[in-house]
Design a binder for this molecule. Sequence first.
Ligand code: KG4
Ligand code: ZN
Length: 341
Amino acid sequence: MSRGLVLGIESSCDETAAAVVAEGRRIVSNVVASQVQVHARFGGVVPEVASRQHLTAVVPVIREAMGSIAWDELAGVAVTYGPGLAGSLLVGLSAAKALAWAQGLALAGVNHLEAHLYANWLLEEEPRFPLLGLVVSGGHSDLVLMRQHLDYRLLGQTRDDAAGEAFDKVARILGLGYPGGPAIQQAAQRGDPARLTLPRAWLEGSLDFSFSGLKTAVLRLVERLEREPGPGAPTLNDVAAAFQESVVDVLAEKTARAAREYGVRTVILSGGVASNTRLREEVRRRVTLPVMCPPPSLCTDNAAMVAACGWYKLQAGRLAGLDLDVVPSLRLDAASKRGMM
Ligand code: KG4
Ligand code: ZN
């Protein structure tokens, strides 16, 4: 008897991950091999290094996720085919295709951003449609309307840097290392955001975001503080706190505005930046609806979210062929526009 098990595989950036999820909702296994230590000394992800790390990790990670589960117990294999680094995506996709072919399994191609949204289906409560999703990761800051499963309307996106990218770049300016998000959050806890005011790009009348002006403002401010140090001057912790407040203010305000405008029933947060505790607090304070947010381990890259999304694709009969290619700049709304996937 089928238990509705889906094997998910994720390799879009610097995490090699595999997971088995039952009926899109219950995690059976969830294995993540992070390359963060390898890339930290370069201050960011080096694409070729990432691809090679995936090559060595992908088989052991899949083996560990499968544990004692037999191949014929699976309803299918789901894999991220974009967006992300081409060389990295190719490793996970090739592994998934080889398994699907050798074991005669159904294959589902998953967009990494829709996978982030589906991390919320791994929580106890089931998100209710229509819903508003905020996906904030290292490469994207998207506000998305979902009226039903696998249906995405992009309401707003970043015009320049993504929220996570801004955290990473500002952390580098402040000498806090990589990845920047958790480091800034920690520094911010020791700082006072009220000692500085940093700009917010409201882009009035639009649900788009822009964070590159803020990053430049932090750079100029830090240069000035280095030139004119003084006993009363703001500390780097104060700068980290003021930066975090500026990003959180815009993200939370636009999420609350979009939730009101589109009359949704639930707001779901996802992506690495959704592990930020101030962001979670502020969205919950400003949105009067149920706000769902996965635990940090399911906000950052993992394959359980890919398997969850894959289950709904398999249910909808949206199968991929063995000629599926990677799409490094895949858009979220391409997933609903394209009939097959
Ligand atoms: O979703 P994710 O793991 O990978 C991508 O799809 O990009 O997101 C990674 C991003 C990084 O930019 C990282 O700095 C950020 O999420 N991040 C955070 C926090 N934890 C991770 N940003 C702010 N606060 C955090 N606590
Ligand atoms: Zn991600």
